[in-house]
Ligand binder design. Structure first.
Ligand code: NOJ
Length: 777
């Protein structure tokens, strides 16, 4: 066929001209809501769909990694040549890991100008916490509990990435994570479903902005259960109850879907013996059925093919069949659909309607992003140059970084540091590292582009700084793919560190994990300070105990010795491009820290998984002090070293006067919980006021407490603020023994405070329904 119009205009014009759907009724479950909202965009989608051959439809469901030199000569052999050929045939709907306007444009040109229908490709990339200008890792951002700042950070990611040709980010990761051994805890918002949900919304809105403008499609991942990998070992088997799935894992995904996330990614793990990619319960019944999700689901990398290794599919063809039937719309790099799906349709093993439904979802997102109107919309080289690394982005990530820092300990107000006349020894390889602070999952950024802690401290000229490395964290180039990459023996720098410490008023030790020691595939069986760093800390402490320990890490660490001995500890995660400036401003008191932990810090790795919202068990405490028969360890107490929600500030706060508007919550009613918070210090400060509930008895056991609300407030020195939370039936709903979300009558305890171990409490009763347990028998 020959067209005089540019190809891409053809599809769009045709879509508009046809204007109505000729598609047959879907066999796939649709909710009432979906059936009622036949948007004009859906008519355009159907008019394009009607032009497509089966192979072209399957092509839309195929996503390839781009790895050849796009602007060089066409690849002649191997898989690159095959991908190139497929692209020219119109058999590639999406590509990942192609970035930069030049490359994206070159590939888009092939899709749009050389294929029969000219359907644009959607370009995806892991823009997890920044593209070039890097924000703190998501776990760190979660510690801010500041939804506006988190949204802003996602907006910065989206602005830079979209200017570089990208249309779609594989973020946010909304997996509730309880196991600090799992390397990917750095990529999410920690252990709590409620906090994860609020952050999921903020991130989705930040990435997507006003659709149709210049934004990225978001992708809520990994659907579902991936963070529950046994023993925290990445990709491991997951075996969880329906109760945990619904009450803990799914809420943030639901929040992301409700916030309008255009895409979902499924996960590597199995659930109830069925790999997520082949899991119709998750993808069809819950996501696309109950939740009415209209976007598309992409598989995780190769997860369709991995169903063979799981022992679920006998070959790739069967894997493709299972994945398609289960509602996986796009295949990331398994080659399953492109090789087998058309044949499966011809053989009657997969219905063409299943394919149509997936393609509709994919085309809809392309329409929503405006790619049919202008496939080169994201490909403006001048804009790319003017956008990347803008000053306002640096200001934004600096603000986010400061808000992400958590002050764990500050004996005798050791911090903030005096700005004049101090001799300060800075110790630790991570203090001068300009790559590690970028953290894991920042593949668009260049190594060495972060401000180091040392550089941040050097901005303050009044003190005398000396530096001693003490010990390397890694051996050679930090790859951290094997155990041997960690320096476990070389202590040759200890003597210099001791000498520097002896000569100093204050020692700042920057210890922890290198940025590449967490993230995908970086599970650890020990979560203490890696290598010889603990020994370095204790050695330096003997020389000078006046230590401020700055931790940089991507997961909760077990640091019981430091918590006991070191007077000041600052949790500084991997804070991104502006890391060193943020840390220095906190150490010197130009920013008053207010972050709160989004994950519990254990006393040792044996306590993991440890999380505040655990169940009570039948034997929660020892009334008889001589009894051993209660739920505990004999060598460590049950509580964490630092609980979820915990964090200090240079200000101090006092909570009081907790009052409930009523001790009865009625059907369709509301009650309020009000508390006064006083800043008892002489510094203006910020506090995250947290509301927790304990549902005392129910049709299924409930956690000892659950976060149900929080408010971040600024309070001037010496002043008080009153905070009010509202509780209604929605607040107390959970997935009950009836296998649905509902509020059950019963007694509730309310806790309010600055951490999950808050003690100020009240109570109320909800009496709406008859307790179903009473009617059993
Ligand atoms: C595998 C990871 O699990 C997923 O989160 C990521 O988006 C894809 N690879 C693509 O890089």
């Amino acid at each position: 066929m020959k067209y005089n119009l540019p190809k891409y205009a053809f599809a769009a014009l045709l879509a508009i001209a046809l204007g109505c759907s000729t598609a047959k009724q879907d066999k796939i479950v649709q909710t009432d809501a979906q059936q009622k909202t036949q948007l004009p965009i859906d008519r355009k989608v159907d008019s394009v769909l009607n032009l497509m051959t089966l192979e072209e439809k399957v092509g839309q469901m195929n996503q390839y990694n781009g790895f050849w030199d796009v602007t060089g000569p066409a690849p002649q052999e191997g898989s690159a040549a095959r991908k190139y050929e497929h692209l020219k045939n119109g058999w590639v709907g999406s590509m990942l890991n192609v970035r930069g306007v030049k490359d994206v444009k070159a590939l888009q040109k092939i899709a749009v100008e050389e294929t029969r229908l000219g359907i644009p490709v959607i370009f995806g990339y892991d823009v997890i916490h920044g593209y070039k200008t890097i924000s703190p890792i998501p776990l760190a951002e979660a510690a801010s509990w500041d939804m506006e700042a988190i949204k802003k950070s996602a907006e910065i990611c989206a602005a830079e990435a979209a200017a570089s040709g990208l249309n779609w980010t594989f973020a946010p990761m909304v997996d509730v994570a309880r196991d600090a051994r799992w390397g990917r805890v750095m990529e999410g918002a920690g252990e709590d479903p409620y906090l994860n949900s609020r952050i999921a919304e903020a991130r989705v809105k930040g990435f997507q902005g006003d659709l149709g403008e210049f934004n990225l499609a978001a992708c809520a991942k990994h659907f579902a259960g991936y963070a529950f990998a046994e023993a925290g070992r990445d990709y491991n088997t997951v075996d969880i109850s329906d109760n945990t799935l619904h009450n803990v894992i799914l809420p943030p995904f639901k929040a992301a879907a409700d916030a309008g996330a255009l895409t979902f990614m499924n996960s590597f793990n199995e659930l109830e013996g069925i790999p997520a990619t082949g899991n119709a319960y998750l993808q069809r019944e819950i996501l696309k059925g109950e939740w009415g999700f209209q976007g598309y689901v992409v598989s995780d990398w190769g997860s369709m093919a991995e169903m063979m290794a799981h022992g679920y599919a006998k070959d790739l063809k069967q894997a493709a069949e299972y994945a398609a039937k289960a509602g996986s719309d796009m295949d990331m790099e398994s080659y399953g659909y492109v090789q087998h799906l058309a044949e499966l349709v011809r053989e009657g093993r997969v219905s063409e309607e299943t394919v149509n439904e997936a393609v509709r979802r994919i085309l809809r997102v392309k329409f929503m992003l405006g790619l049919f109107d202008d496939p080169y919309k994201y490909c403006d080289e001048t804009r790319e140059q003017q956008t990347i690394g803008k000053k306002e982005f640096h200001d934004g990530v600096l603000d986010m970084a400061k808000k992400s820092i958590v002050l764990l300990k500050n004996d005798n107000n050791m911090l903030p540091l005096k700005k004049q006349g101090q001799k300060i020894a800075v110790i630790g390889a991570l203090a001068t590292d300009k790559t590690s602070p970028l953290g894991s999952w920042r593949i668009g950024a260049d190594d060495g582009t972060a401000i180091s802690v040392m550089e941040g401290l050097q901005q303050y000229k009044g003190n005398n700084l000396t530096y001693a490395k003490g010990a390397d964290v890694a051996l050679g180039e930090p790859k951290f793919t094997t155990r041997t990459d960690i320096n476990t023996t070389d202590k040759s720098g200890f003597a210099e560190a001791v000498a520097a410490a002896k000569n100093a008023d204050v020692v700042i030790m920057v210890l922890g994990e290198h940025g590449l020691q967490t993230g995908e595939g970086r599970s650890r069986s020990d979560i203490d300070l890696p290598g010889v760093q603990q020994e370095l800390l204790e050695t330096v402490y003997k020389a000078n105990p006046n230590i401020v320990l700055v931790l940089t890490n991507g997961r909760p660490l077990a640091i019981p010795w430091a918590a006991e001995n070191v007077p000041a500890i600052v949790e500084a995660w991997h804070l991104g491009t502006q890391s060193g400036n943020a840390i220095a401003q906190v150490l010197y008191g130009d920013h008053n820290p207010a972050g709160k932990l989004p994950m519990s810090f254990p006393r040792n790795v044996g306590q993991v998984p440890i999380y505040y919202n655990h169940k009570n068990t039948g034997r929660p405490s020892n009334e008889d002090p001589d009894s051993v028969f209660w739920s505990h360890y004999t060598d460590v107490e049950n509580s964490p070293l630092y609980p979820f929600g915990y964090g200090l500030s240079y200000s101090t706060f006092e909570y009081g006067n907790l009052r409930l508007s009523s001790d009865k919550l009625a059907a369709n009613g509301k009650i309020t919980v009000t508390v006064d918070v006083k800043n008892t210090s002489n510094r203006d400060g910020r506090e995250v006021v947290q509301l927790y509930l304990h549902d005392l008895y129910a049709s299924v056991t409930r956690p000892v407490r659950e976060l149900k609300g929080f408010e971040t407030i600024d309070i001037k020195a010496g002043q008080s603020k009153t905070v009010t939370f509202t509780i209604d039936e929605k607040t107390i709903e959970f997935y009950t023994a009836n296998k649905k979300w509902e509020a059950e009558p019963g007694d509730f305890k309310v806790y309010v405070g600055g951490s999950s171990d808050a003690t100020l409490n009240g109570s109320f009763t909800y009496t709406h329904q008859k307790n179903e347990k009473d009617t059993i028998d």
